[in-house]
Design a protein around this ligand. Structure first.
Ligand code: SF4
Length: 222
């Protein structure tokens, strides 16, 4: 849905070559970002805010349970047995208070769906690229922490993406990628020009090294 809605508002730009340089827009439906969203000019990332649901009927049939256990960066997943139609079957238990809603277990086990219409939303990242022209390849940074899910046309998301593209088109030099432009003018100026609000949710991406502050390993201290 968000892909179609966003493409509809930028489609003309991809036919006219009026933008200063290529603008790669990518969407990933969870923060594992298999679509190389972290190195796209504009990355849209599905944000989940509830733990996966557990489909006990299918866990033993669709999943390698040890893989799902190993996939969880916060050790929230463990094997268990549950009673189903009078029989004990192998399944999975999730310690909800440990879950950071990353969706990694779902990539290993389709019986752990994490999508939820009410809790889900989209974050916007900006400035990534794989090219080494002008500057080295770089990761994109989070510039909008959360936009609610608004099917069927995602108006807040499409408006924000279009706005970022327009401000970039009006201010960047010819052949300057979005990330190169933001770095040349400074990210502070990027936020001023775009009018996007800088909130505490964005701090990690603008502080180096953010690696140590991410809640990403089993060594995290609760
Ligand atoms: Fe673990 Fe992420 Fe699955 Fe939560 S969503 S149980 S943190 S792998």
């Amino acid at each position: 849905g968000p892909v179609k809605a966003v493409m509809d508002v930028v489609f003309e730009d991809f036919k006219s070559m009026r933008l200063p340089a290529p603008v790669r827009i990518a969407l990933a439906c969870c923060i594992n970002m298999c679509g190389a969203v972290h190195c796209s000019d504009i990355g849209l990332v599905g944000i989940h805010r509830k733990p996966p649901m557990i489909d006990h009927e299918w866990t033993d049939q669709l999943c390698e349970i040890p893989l799902a256990v190993a996939a969880c960066p916060t050790a929230a997943v463990r094997p268990t047995k549950v009673e189903l139609d009078g029989k004990k079957v192998n399944s999975i238990a999730i310690k909800n208070e440990r879950c950071m809603y990353c969706g990694n277990c779902y990539t290993m086990c389709p019986a752990l769906p994490i999508s939820d219409g009410d809790g889900d939303g989209v974050a916007i990242m900006v400035g990534g690229k794989v090219s080494n022209r002008i500057s080295m390849p770089k990761f994109s940074k989070v510039v909008v922490g959360y936009i609610p899910n608004e099917p069927p046309r995602w108006p807040s998301l499409t408006k924000t993406v279009k706005h970022i593209v327009e401000v970039y088109a009006a201010n960047a030099n010819k052949y300057e990628r979005l990330g190169d432009w933001a770095e040349r003018i400074g990210w502070e100026t990027f936020f001023k020009l775009t009018g996007l609000e800088f909130t505490h949710h964005l701090i990690d991406d603008f502080r180096d090294p953010a690696y140590y502050t991410w809640r990403q390993s089993t060594q995290f201290k609760f």
